[in-house]
Design a protein around this ligand. Sequence first.
Ligand SMILES: *[C@@H]1O[C@H](CO)[C@@H](O)[C@H](O)[C@H]1NC(C)=O
Ligand SMILES: *[C@@H]1O[C@H](CO)[C@@H](O)[C@H](O)[C@H]1NC(C)=O
Ligand SMILES: *[C@@H]1O[C@H](CO)[C@@H](O)[C@H](O)[C@H]1NC(C)=O
Ligand SMILES: *[C@@H]1O[C@H](CO)[C@@H](O)[C@H](O)[C@H]1NC(C)=O
Ligand SMILES: *[C@@H]1O[C@H](CO)[C@@H](O)[C@H](O)[C@H]1NC(C)=O
Length: 559
Amino acid sequence: MFNAVQVINQVVFFLVIISVQSSQASVPETLLDSESSRPIVHTPVGCFRGLRAQDGDYSMFLGIPYARVDPENVFGTPIPVRFEGIFEANDDTAICPQKEEFNKTITGKLDCLHINIYVPNSASVDHPVPVMTHIFGGKFEFGFPSRYVYGPRFLVRHDVIFITFNYRLGPYGFFCLNTSKVPGNQGLKDQVHALRWIKENIRYFGGDDSKITLEGNSAGAMSVDLHQHFLQEPLYNRVIIQSGVLLTNGVIQHPDPDAPLKLAKQLNYTTNDINEALSFLNKVEPHELIAATTDSDMFVGPCVEKQFDNAENYIMKYPANVNSVRIVDVLIGFTNDEGYGGITVMEKEEFEKKDFVSELLEAYYDFKNESKILNDMKKIVRSFYYGSNLHRADNMRPGINIFADFVMYHPIIRTIRKYLDSGVENMYLYMFSYAGERDFAKDKDNLSNTEGTATHADELGYLFDISYMKERVRDEDMLIVDMMTELWTNFAKHGNPTPKPSKLIPLQWPRVSQDKLPYLEINTELRLGSRPMHERMSFLDLLYKHIGRYHKEHLWIEH
Ligand SMILES: *[C@@H]1O[C@H](CO)[C@@H](O)[C@H](O)[C@H]1NC(C)=O
Ligand SMILES: *[C@@H]1O[C@H](CO)[C@@H](O)[C@H](O)[C@H]1NC(C)=O
Ligand SMILES: *[C@@H]1O[C@H](CO)[C@@H](O)[C@H](O)[C@H]1NC(C)=O
Ligand SMILES: *[C@@H]1O[C@H](CO)[C@@H](O)[C@H](O)[C@H]1NC(C)=O
Ligand SMILES: *[C@@H]1O[C@H](CO)[C@@H](O)[C@H](O)[C@H]1NC(C)=O
C-alpha cells in the first residue's frame, strides 16, 4: 500500500530555528557565581549554573530538565521537575531514543526532556530581550537539539535569547492508543511542557516573555502549525514556519491500535492484550524498542486522539475541522526546490518504478469507486507535469516538481489562505533560493546540485553555527548568514523582518494580504516577487476546486 508517509519519508524532513545585533555589554554581576565566574540563574524551579561561551558574548545553560519521563509509563505524561541546590547546566548531549540521521546509529535515552538556553550578555532581568525557541524536525522520528546542528552563535549576537529542546520521538512520542494512559501525541505534549517552562521561567534568564517566537523547520514547522491549531494557552507571540504544514497529507496519522502488540511480538513477547504489551514494552531497553520499530518499518506520528476524562488530551479533531488558528505574527516560507533532495537521493531503479502521479493523487484524494474520474485526473496531471517527457531517471525534473507541489508548495499556499481567513494580518512569505557550501541537506546527503537551487532544510546552515561546518566561512555564505539572521531576529523583535531599511537589507518586505501574495526571495541579492510558482499553484488550485469533494481532508470534515 502506498501512503503519504512514504512520500514524506522520502523528503528529508528535518529540522528548525532562529534570531539579531551584537553588543559588548557584560554579564550583570548578580548573574555571576563569584567563585567560578560561571553564570547562575535562580528560578522558582531551581538554580542553574551555566557556562560562558568561548566563541561570543553569551552564556549557555545546557541540558536543563523541564520534565522527567515517568518510569511507570514511558509512553505517557511526564512528571514535572524542580531542583534543590544548584543544577550544573553544562551538558547538551541528551538525545531521546531514535535512529539518528547522520550515522544511522540507534542512540538516546529516556532522560532526555531537556532545554538548552543561550543568553546574550546584553540580557538581564531589567533589560529583557526577545526569545526565539526552535523546534527541530525529523519526521517525528529523529532529531536532537544540541549544538551539533543548532549552534546559537549567529543568532545570539543579535541580542536575542535562543532556545532548543528535546521531545520524545517514534513510539515514545507518538503511540496513539485506545487507553487513557497512552492517548497519543506525547511528543507534542512534551513540546507544550517545554513551552510552559519557557513562558514561566525565561524572565529569570533575562528573556522578555511577551516576545516569544516559536519556530520550526520541516516536522518542527508542522509542530508549530499544530500548536497554532490546538494550543489553548498563550505561550508564544510569533511563529516562524519553515517548510512544513499540517495540510501535507500524512502528517496526521491513522494510528494502528495494535502497534504495541506488533512491537512486543517483534521482541518475542506474544500477547493479545494491549496492557500486557505496554507493561512489557515499558521495561524494554529503549535501543531495543527503537530497533524493533525500525526493523518492522513502523511509522508513528501525530494523530487524532480518543477522548478520555482522566487524560491530558491535545488533538481531538482533524485540523480541517479547526477553522481558526492563533492570531500571531507569522513568517512562513520554503526553499525554491523543496523536492530536489528527497527525489535525487533515490536510486535510479527505485525512481523509475515510482508512479508519482498516481501515488500523489491517491495520497490526497479518495475517488472511492469512481475510477473514471481518477483516470481522467491522472491524464491531466501527467500532461501538465510531464508534457511529452517520459518518467526517467535521466530527467527527474517533472518528478521533483510534482512531488514538491503536492507535498510542500500547495499545502503551504493553502495554509497561508487559511491563516488569512482566520484573521492573521501580519504575515510574511519567503523563498530561500541560495546554494552554497553550508547547505544543510545537500551536504548531509552528499548531493551535488548543478542547478544551484536550495532544497528542503538547506537554509538551516545559514541560521545555525553547525558544528561540522565551522570552517566554511566563505564571504558569500556569511553574507547569507548575516541576512537570514538579521531578518529572522528582526521578526522576533518587532514582528516585522524589515522594520527599517538597513545597509544589508535595503528594502521593505510587504505582508501577505487576501489579494496579494508578495514574497522575499533570499539569495545574495534579495528580490521581491509575487505569487511564487504561480502557474503550478494555479493548476493545483483548479484541480482542488474541481475535485475538492474527493479530497481526503474533506472526507474528515464534520458537517
Ligand atoms: C557521526 O560520525 C562522525 C564520525 O565518527 C562523528 O564525528 C559524528 O559526531 C557522528 N554524528 C553523530 C550525530 O553521532
Ligand atoms: C476502546 O476501549 C473501550 C474500553 O475498553 C472499548 O469499549 C472500545 O470498543 C474501544 N474502541 C475501539 C475503537 O477499539
Ligand atoms: C526472537 O527469537 C528469534 C528466534 O528464536 C531470535 O532469532 C531473535 O534474536 C529473537 N529476538 C529478540 C529481540 O530477542
Ligand atoms: C459508487 O458507489 C455508490 C454507492 O456506494 C453508487 O451510488 C455509485 O453509483 C457508484 N458509482 C459508480 C461510478 O459506480
Ligand atoms: C560524495 O560524492 C562524491 C562525488 O559526488 C564522492 O566522490 C564522495 O566519495 C562522496 N562521499 C561520500 C561520503 O559518500
